[in-house]
Design a protein around this ligand. Structure first.
Ligand code: MN
Length: 529
């Protein structure tokens, strides 16, 4: 069934297309929103990782979404850049406009096909839905040869109607047919039945790529993905760290490592450079301020930790006793000492390159070096993890309107705590001092005095990057404004400085979110291009 695809040419029978939707399905879930710069940075990382298709956003959804898809289409090369659109002509034209600068582009259009969704959500008759499928795919094809059509709530769609809808999409020119388990309800055998049926019954099925998109509400997203591949699906829709609506999507790192580790049983090929998985996962966690749980497969802190004596003994004799894949194959390296305070800039740059940050600009390296020197002064041992936390922090903060400059705090058991803070807002210095109930409270009060805002602090948490009393603190601050939540993260050996950095990070995200939901103020609130 070797297929001639408009974007990939002739595809081998065993080739699985990796379609990443971290920036669309992932980004639209609560707390995971990213600004333009963050999305662009993530998009470059996904391209380096080797994803085949990158769903960059939903251009009609907001100006922010449109701008980020457009900028990714302009600047990111390698993957096919994809934009999502409902079946309405306005959606499709907006997607086409945002994708116009891409070297290779895909429009992904969808409509619900389940009885429940057609009746209550769309309020459309099945025949009207079929007409919308033909019209939307036909319109998308006028803008690109690479068109994906999705049957939303496909896993709960009547089999006969699903076949008719897929046939309509193929006739109208769709080249990829996606059948999502939108609500995370399906079992692996449902996936097998659906894809087998479509390939057997729908005329023209041999000319298109079938795609699977699974949600993890019952913890079955990756299992369902594998079942779909075995039944003939050749595109997997997934996200880094499994982020996405509700319980999330199938995790890219898990699906890819199943295919690699169990190639004996699931013999399918893909183009992911697996040793870049961890770096990509960490970048997403830093940008969104959400760490993965420690026991998360592949990328969790404990994923390769062997704690029990029996396991450790076996590992020392032969790693294969308890290790089904090597930590290095997904980008883990043994914790190693790095330079101390006498290390120079060249060594620092070399180290960053070894850690996978070869693409940083001179300004970013210089800023990170200054902070590294300050860190090395205060901390006896600087680990790779410290450098990664510091550099990610630096990169995420680049291009933000509010910047931390300096902080002095007086704290202790006598009298109120007092903080003196200096910020830079759009390049202009702002200073303020304030008292508070403890040093963190005083610092946050000074922040509110230096940069007036109404956001409410709803969460503040502190953790350590590595072990020891001189470890860097990693802090998270969650702010709420008008029902919108944002999280910010900061790292520093001084917990109070880390707290100020986290607060400022959250504040910057809030400014971006405001701009996004108040299109009228877009111009003034917009970040520098
Ligand atoms: Mn989804």
């Amino acid at each position: 069934m070797s297929i001639e695809h408009p974007s990939f040419g002739r595809l081998a029978d065993d080739r699985v297309i990796i379609f990443d939707t971290t920036l669309r399905d992932g980004e639209q879930s609560p707390g995971f929103s990213m600004n333009l710069e963050e999305k662009l940075r993530m998009a470059h990382a996904l391209a380096e990782l080797g994803v085949d298709v990158m769903e960059a956003g939903f251009p009609i959804a907001s100006m922010g979404d449109f701008d980020s898809v457009r900028m990714i289409a302009e600047q990111v090369r390698g993957p096919v850049i994809c934009g999502l659109a409902r079946s309405a002509p306005g959606d499709i034209l907006r997607a086409a406009e945002a994708l116009a600068p891409a070297a290779r582009k895909r429009i992904h259009t969808f409509i619900s096909t389940s009885p429940l969704h057609m009746k209550y959500k769309l309020r459309m008759e099945p025949e009207q839905v079929l007409e919308a499928v033909s019209a939307s795919v036909g319109l998308a094809r006028q803008h690109t040869d690479d068109v994906e059509w999705s049957a939303e709530d496909g896993s709960r769609t009547e089999p006969d109607f699903l076949c008719r809808a897929v046939e309509a999409a193929i006739i109208a020119g769709a080249t990829t047919i996606n059948v999502p388990d939108t609500v995370g309800y399906a079992l692996p055998e449902d996936m097998a039945r659906i894809f087998t049926m479509l390939r057997e019954r729908v005329p023209g099925a041999e000319k298109v790529i079938f795609s699977t998109h699974n949600h993890n509400d019952l913890g079955l997203a990756v299992a369902n993905t594998l079942a779909a591949i075995r039944a003939g699906a050749r595109q997997v829709e997934c996200t880094i760290n499994g982020i996405g609506e509700r319980a999330g999507n199938a995790a890219l790192e898990e699906a890819v490592m199943v295919l690699r580790t169990r190639h004996d049983a699931v013999p399918y090929a893909n183009n992911i450079k697996s040793e870049k998985i961890l770096k990509t996962s960490r970048l997403l966690a830093t940008i969104t301020s959400f760490d993965v749980q420690p026991n998360k497969a592949i990328v969790g802190r404990n994923a390769f930790a062997h704690e029990s004596g029996i396991h450790q003994d076996g590992m020392l004799k032969n790693a294969a006793t308890y290790e089904i894949m090597t930590p290095e194959s997904v980008g883990w390296s043994k914790t190693s000492l790095v330079m101390g305070k006498h290390s120079g800039r060249a060594a620092f740059r070399d180290k960053l390159r070894a850690l996978g940050y070869g693409e940083l600009g001179d300004n970013q390296i210089n800023d990170a070096f200054v902070r590294f020197k300050a860190l090395a002064d205060r901390k006896k041992i600087v680990y790779d993890e410290d450098l990664v936390a510091l550099v990610d922090d630096e990169v995420v903060r680049d291009h933000q309107r509010v910047r931390f400059v300096a902080l002095d705090v007086h704290a202790g058991s006598r009298g109120p705590a007092r903080a003196e803070l200096e910020l830079e807002v759009d390049g202009v210095s702002h200073t303020a001092s304030a008292n508070g109930d403890g040093p963190v409270d005083a610092t946050f009060n000074a922040l509110r005095a230096a940069f007036a805002h109404d956001a409410r602090l709803v969460l503040f948490s502190v953790g350590a990057v590595t072990e020891g009393t001189d470890a860097q603190a990693r802090t998270t601050v969650r702010l709420e404004e008008g029902g919108k939540l944002v999280d910010g993260q900061g790292a520093d050996t001084d917990t109070i400085v880390a707290s100020a950095r986290a607060y400022i990070h959250a504040l910057n995200k809030l400014l971006v979110k405001r701009a996004r939901t108040e299109p009228g103020e877009m111009g003034q609130a917009r970040l520098k291009p």
